[in-house]
Design a protein around this ligand. Sequence first.
Ligand code: ZN
Length: 255
Amino acid sequence: MATTRKATKRPATTSSSNSHSPKFKSVLVVSAHPDDPDFGAGGTIAKLARDGARVTYAIVTDGSQGGEDPNQKDSELIAIREKEQKAAARVLGVKKVEFLGYKDGHLSPDLKLRHDIVRMIRKYKPELVITHLPGRVLDAPMGGSHPDHLAVGEATMAAVYPDSRNPRAFRSLLKEGLQPHEVKEVWIPFWTSGDHLVDISSTLDQKIAALRKHKSQVAKPGREWDFEKFMRKRHREVGKKGGFRYAESFKRITV
Ligand SMILES: [Zn+2]
C-alpha cells in the first residue's frame, strides 16, 4: 500500500495529514533529458509501478549536450543516453520510454512542443502526469532551473490544461484517433518544499540502481560514492518532515 503524507496540513475539507495516495492505473512522466525522471522521482515511480500503474516516460530531448567532450559525436552520445535511459526505466518497472527527439538545450514552450506532449497524453491517457516545475526558483540549485526543464514544465502544464482535454485544440490529433483526455493530477518534484511527500524507504535502493545505469552522467571517476551518499542524505532530510526514513517531495496539483 502506498504510504504518503502531506508535508504541511491543508484545510480540514481536504485529505488529512497522513492520507494515502490514490492508486493510479496510468502515469506519464514528461521530462526534458534522459535521467531527469529517475533523479527527480525514481523512488516514487518505482512505487507507482509496483502498485500496478503502467508508467510511461516521454523524454523530450536527445540528451546530446549532456557531456564534457566537445569532440564526441552527437549520434554516439544520443545512442548511449537512450540505452542508459531504457536500462534505468527497466530497473524501476517503467513499461515504455518514448523519445521525442528534440535537440538538447534548444527547447522553448512553443505550440509544437505542446502539440507533441498532448499527443503523448492522449495516447497513454494518464491519470497522473509528473513533470518539471515551469518556473525558475532562485533559491534552489541552478541545475533544477535548466532552461529545457522550464520549457517542458510550462508546455506540459499547458498540454494538461486545456489542450489535451479540449476537442477543439490540435484537431489533427483526432484524425490520428487520439481523443481528448482529462488528466486528474500533476506532481512536480520539489527540491525540499513540496506539499506532498512519498515514502520511498522501500524503493530508494531501486532508485540508486536506476541512476547507476546513467553511467555517462554519474560514473565519472571518483564521483560514484559521493553521488549515492548525496542522494541518501537528501532523501533522509526530506523524509524527516513526514517521519519517513527516506522520501521524495512533490508539489501536488489536482486538475
Ligand atoms: Zn535535465
